[in-house]
Ligand binder design. Structure first.
Ligand code: SF4
Length: 734
């Protein structure tokens, strides 16, 4: 029996994995985390789905975040073990024929290292790039950053978390001096009086979290949901506001205007714990409710109802998620909501404050340990001389050998190959072809590389384009830590042996480093760069590298995590005395609403927004292969009025076009979406061929959540393969 955590989202639900050879009773599914309220966590627990390839998922009732509950993705997570598409041998492509064949590990790693050396000699270290993922463990993220800076010597590293919480991170740093998703345990929302969710459909994206919001409502608390769609989460709300996509900031400015007009600003808190209120007060003076209504489509009465709730109690929590953040003004939008929280005196007070609901499994830790273009471990900035000195000492290299900051995720991908930037890319834990915005353009960049190396469990759409594919372990087969949405560091524990032929990412990194660094070893000394393959050893080194940084893990150990069911870095409840700024005060920052980068017009008259569905996770590389999870492909959700206008009925194919591409998928006609907006889920190839690559100026977050689109009747129905390029692009011969 192994206590571990779900492989998917940032809730990092605790679960127990039991070897089926040691269980009795044919895998009873009773009591498997049943729960009440939003997003039932039962239903996926059939015997076959919970017992796959020798492992059964059982609840871990004592783990406080999910209390034994899991969503259907968690219950079925073991199904990828033993999956027929699981990669178990390295694959190498013959560029002359395009065919890919099985290879030995030494051959594959020698080939990769050899080409890297050639490129470095010809074009310098920045001709090599690394792309990581927000699902990688802390140990992998740390070691990947070290591989880039020490073994490759490149500044060109970033990761897909840049597309997830980067805007909230940027805003948190500006306002509070630190970036932590939730500065309090999630269960604290139960004790609040009002919770405002801006752009989160947590009942579908993380159903077990919904229990905490149900308990809030059970106590008489109020839930407010702000979303362009009346989602499953919104259907439980006491107040639902449905703004035009891309106008959440205007709503925040209008809310703050009314808070001030009502005399509800906490003047003492503002005077003693913050700076910058006067400028922000002036900036919201012209955001009267009628103006907000014109911009957002939210009626003045609804805005006033929101402000009545915000000012009704001291225990108010404001939470943002991707719906508010994945915009070219995402940082400003989060700052707008933080300004509301600061004016009401919420951050740092009991059962109140602002927080961001992170998305990916290690969304928090993934951005703390060095796989971001501008950061070193411990959330240190790479251009800070003291930070470089500290980390270089831990790594056993001279500080001046560390490269400077590189390009952000989208800018890095956009520069690849023909784009004039790096000629080689190593990908760990990311399926770029599906998840990058303006995906046609990025796929062409990947195809123009001299060398594409992808580490993955299966032949994802990105792996299918690679010159070398390296098969790696999956979650149940490895140990490592992740940091959940609360800043709680949890321990993923190995429960089963990987298939023969598969290596861990740490082993891949060490194998490459061994071939690329002149004096490598696998020890833990500090007299030269070392690349351990033992996760606990890597974690201890990560602790030393992060010591004294903003995200300091030096006091955390595997033993402590086991004993305490997760350990928070820093304090579980932050900002109670001071903020992480030089003078301890939070900053109000003026946020100006400029609107989305792309406006609707005659040619593209509707707003397109994207998001997730309950049964799938991110790019779908894992969940689309799990049979127990429904996979009907993408759909185009639209309002009956819009459907009538173009003459399409529910289930008929409809084509969505933007300035970047088009997608044909069945219409899903619902009354729960704004009539001027369409929604497409992004788990399949297609949605991100449509999305806009306009970037937030501060966080470099692309504008996934809104662009201008047109709709029309499709002349033919799409086939399933339109949504997955895997088999065709792979040209598999082995
Ligand atoms: S909510 Fe997230 S962590 Fe929990 S079971 Fe579902 S996917 Fe896994």
């Amino acid at each position: 029996m192994t206590r571990t955590h779900c492989p998917y989202c940032s809730l990092q639900c605790g679960m127990t994995l039991v070897s089926t050879s040691s269980t009795t009773g044919a895998g009873s599914t009773t009591g498997a985390g049943s729960t009440t309220g939003v997003g039932s966590t039962t239903g996926a627990g059939s015997t076959t789905t919970r017992r796959a390839a020798g492992l059964e998922v059982q609840p871990w009732a004592e783990f406080p975040v999910n209390e034994g509950g899991l969503c259907r993705k968690g219950w079925t997570a073991t199904e990828l073990r033993g999956h027929r598409e699981r990669l178990t041998t390295p694959m190498v492509r013959d560029r002359a024929t395009g065919e890919i064949r099985a290879a030995g590990w030494d051959e594959a790693l020698d080939l990769v290292a050899g080409r890297i050396k050639e490129l470095r000699t010809a074009s310098g270290p920045d001709s090599i790039a690394v792309f990581g993922g927000g699902g990688l463990t802390n140990e992998k993220a740390y070691q990947l950053g070290k591989l880039a800076r020490v073994a490759l010597g490149t500044s060109q590293i970033d990761y897909n978390g840049r597309w997830c919480m980067a805007s909230a991170a940027s805003a948190g740093n500006q306002a509070f001096g630190i970036d932590r998703g939730l500065p309090f345990p999630l269960a604290d929302v139960e004790q609040a009086d009002v919770v405002v969710l801006v752009g989160s459909n947590l009942a579908e994206t993380m159903p077990p979290a919904a229990r905490h919001f149900d308990r809030l409502r059970g106590r008489g608390g109020k839930l407010v949901v702000i979303d362009p769609r009346l989602t499953t989460t919104a259907q439980r709300a006491d107040l639902f506001l449905q703004p035009v996509p891309g106008t959440d900031l205007a709503l925040a400015l209008g809310a703050l205007h009314l808070v001030d007009a009502a005399g509800a600003v906490d003047e003492e808190y503002v005077a003693t714990r913050t700076h910058g209120w006067d400028d922000v007060r002036r900036s919201v003076a012209s955001w009267w409710p009628e103006r907000v209504e014109r911009v957002t489509g939210v009626a003045t009465s609804e805005l006033r109802a929101l402000v009545d709730l915000l000012t009704s109690s001291r225990k108010v929590v404001i939470l943002t998620a991707r719906g508010a953040e994945q915009h070219s003004q995402g940082t400003a939008t989060v700052l707008g909501w933080i300004n509301v929280a600061l004016a009401l005196g919420l951050p740092g007070t009991p059962y109140a404050g602002y927080g961001c609901l992170t998305g990916q499994g290690n969304g928090q830790g993934g951005r703390e340990h060095g796989q971001k273009a501008d950061q070193l471990p411990g959330y240190r900035m790479i251009d800070d001389p003291a930070a470089r000195e500290h980390v270089a000492r831990v790594w056993g290299v001279a500080p001046e050998t560390l490269p400077g900051r590189g390009r952000s995720a989208y800018e890095l991908l956009e520069s690849l190959g023909d784009g004039g930037g790096p000629r080689a890319l190593l990908v760990f834990g990311s399926n770029i072809v599906v998840s990058a915005p303006n995906a046609h353009r990025i796929t062409r960049r990947l195809e123009s590389l001299d060398l594409l190396v992808v580490c993955d469990l299966v032949m994802s759409e990105t792996a299918a384009l690679a010159d070398v594919v390296l098969p790696v372990t999956q979650w149940a087969e490895e140990t490592g830590t992740l940091t959940n949405l609360e800043g709680r560091v949890v321990l993923r524990q190995k429960a089963a042996e990987p298939p023969k032929g598969v290596r861990s990412d740490l082993e891949v990194i060490a194998g490459l480093a061994e071939r690329l660094v002149s004096t490598p070893s696998t020890g833990s000394g500090t007299d030269g760069p070392t690349f351990s393959t033992d996760p606990e050893e890597v974690f201890a080194e990560l602790g030393r590298a992060s010591a004294g940084g903003k995200a300091d893990y030096s006091a955390i150990s595997y033993d402590r995590i086991r004993e305490e069911q997760g350990v928070f870095w820093g304090s579980p409840r932050m900002f109670t005395e001071s903020f992480a700024t030089p003078d301890g005060r939070a900053r109000f920052v003026v946020a100006e609403h400029t609107g989305p980068a792309e406006s609707t017009d005659e040619a593209f008259p509707v707003h397109l927004t994207t998001g997730r569905v309950l049964a799938q996770y991110q790019s779908g590389a894992q969940t689309r292969r799990i049979r127990s999870l429904p996979d009907d492909g993408p759909f185009v959700e639209l309002h009956p009025m819009l459907a009538d206008r173009i003459g399409v009925r529910d289930g008929e194919p409809v084509v969505v076009r933007t300035r970047r591409g088009e997608l044909t998928a069945p219409a899903k006609v619902v009354t729960t979406i704004r009539p001027d907006t369409v929604f497409v889920p992004f788990h399949w190839v297609g949605a991100n061929r449509l999305t806009n690559d306009a970037l937030d100026p501060s966080s470099r977050m692309p504008e996934f959540k809104v662009c201008a689109a047109s709709l029309g009747l499709a002349t033919s129905s799409p086939s399933g393969s339109d949504y997955s390029t895997t088999d065709r692009a792979a040209g598999l011969t082995a």
